[in-house]
Design a protein around this ligand. Sequence first.
Ligand SMILES: NC(=O)c1ccc[n+]([C@@H]2O[C@H](COP(=O)([O-])OP(=O)(O)OC[C@H]3O[C@@H](n4cnc5c(N)ncnc54)[C@H](O)[C@@H]3O)[C@@H](O)[C@H]2O)c1
Length: 267
Amino acid sequence: MSNNLLKGKRGIIFGALDDQSIAWKVAEAVAAQGAKFTLTNAPVALRFGKIQQLGEKLDAKIIPADATSLDDLEALITQSMEELGGPLDFILHSIGMSLNVRKNRPYTDVNYEWMHKTFDISAISFHKLMQTAMKLEAISDWGSILALTYIAAQRVFPDYNEMAESKALLESFARSFGYHFGVKNKVRVNTLSQSPTWTTAGSGVKGFKEFFNYADQMSPLGNATAEECANYCVFLFSDLSRKITMQNLYHDGGFSSMGINPAIVED
Ligand SMILES: NC(=O)c1ccc[n+]([C@@H]2O[C@H](COP(=O)([O-])OP(=O)(O)OC[C@H]3O[C@@H](n4cnc5c(N)ncnc54)[C@H](O)[C@@H]3O)[C@@H](O)[C@H]2O)c1
């Protein structure tokens, strides 16, 4: 159903790899609400992923960019403004990758070069994106910038490894940059802390099935799906959420407030 909540708005969506990606669902939802946007992903993901199909379906231009490269980010933002015909109203950062997780290194024996790379891809890219956008004066007044995160930033989930610290850094960048962007031109910056979701990045975490089922049973409303996450993103990009900024917003069916749930305790 469309209420045209995003009619006339322009944006960039990072991170749609395949139709399981949260960013893929967000792209479909914001298009249905009348927004125009460009899609972007790392050049390697463009070769192996299915983003071309999404671009054709939604009539969105695809612009490759490695989110750790300042040159790529500058070219992406500049080309997006040209393509869309003006400054941007929203950006979704939906990027995460851990080399130590991918290569099965335990948290107590990480490779530190890989850890630096993980932080660069999963968190510092968010700062780079905002700094580049601010320098280019690319975000309209009352724009909305959003990154996806996970509760392992606050609580211990041992198999989440160095992604926990990546998310803590990401959330801190949202608060600190949110101050500067708010003062400059009323731009809001938030992180959305999503339930475990079946995607390429999600299912790469060891024991993901158990992880997913545990959260689903702990949460009184059950896990939030990618489609539900996309609806929340529509709200956060719309004019209905203008004064929400510098927040980490849980979208998790109540999981983050639970201590114990009798449903999963055996006698
Ligand atoms: N799936 C979950 O359980 C879950 C839960 C909470 C938060 N999140 C977060 O949601 C976001 C999206 O992940 P997803 O679950 O949709 O998985 P996904 O694998 O579909 O998306 C991750 C994306 O990051 C992109 N990426 C990796 N390196 C990049 C680079 N250098 N430059 C640009 N893009 C790069 C990948 O190509 C991919 O499109 C991530 O931040 C993830 O941590 C996921």
